[in-house]
Design a protein around this ligand. Structure first.
Ligand code: IDP
Ligand code: MG
Length: 138
């Protein structure tokens, strides 16, 4: 079993899509092994996305991620990292395949509703950035 880190982003929480996204995760075979609602500060968002700090969209992205409440998740499944990225779809909803979360819910390339780790190394960093071991119940 593998774990990945996911976020229901501010645009989705604002539109009351928490339940719909969790339903899609559970019905796709993920187990929610940790979950909490949070309001990120821009500093916390900057630390989370530090790999993107040189990108032109970094300031907008971190401001967006701090603009409203989010839901932080640890999801467990076989091949959870790839499986969640497949369910999310492409970063830009214009490129996202039918049946993906971003195709169905994202507003644009920035306000794209969900985050998912892109590697085992990043999943470990991202989970530990937000959750302590006692908050993860497998
Ligand atoms: P990912 O979320 O699909 O892994 P990344 O390239 O890691 O995509 O980018 C992180 C986040 O930054 C995206 O989910 C999106 O919210 C935002 N983002 C990515 N590219 C752009 C862009 O070109 N303009 C604005 N925001 C972007
Ligand atoms: Mg990414």
């Amino acid at each position: 079993m593998e774990s990945t880190f996911a976020i229901i982003k501010p645009d989705a929480v604002e539109r009351n899509l928490i339940g719909k996204i969790l339903e899609r995760a559970e019905s796709s075979g993920f187990e929610v092994v940790a979950m909490k609602r949070a309001r990120l500060t821009t500093e916390v968002a900057e630390g989370f996305y530090y790999v993107h700090k040189e990108r032109p969209f970094f300031k907008d992205l971190t401001t967006f991620m701090a603009s409203g409440p989010v839901v932080l998740l640890v999801l467990q499944a076989e091949n959870a990292i790839k499986k969640w990225r497949d369910l999310m779809g492409a970063t830009n909803p214009k490129d996202a395949a039918e049946g993906t979360l971003r195709k169905d819910f994202a507003l644009d390339i920035e306000r794209n509703s969900v985050h998912g780790s892109d590697s085992a190394e990043n999943a470990a960093f991202e989970i530990s950035y937000f959750f302590s071991q006692t908050e993860i119940v497998r």
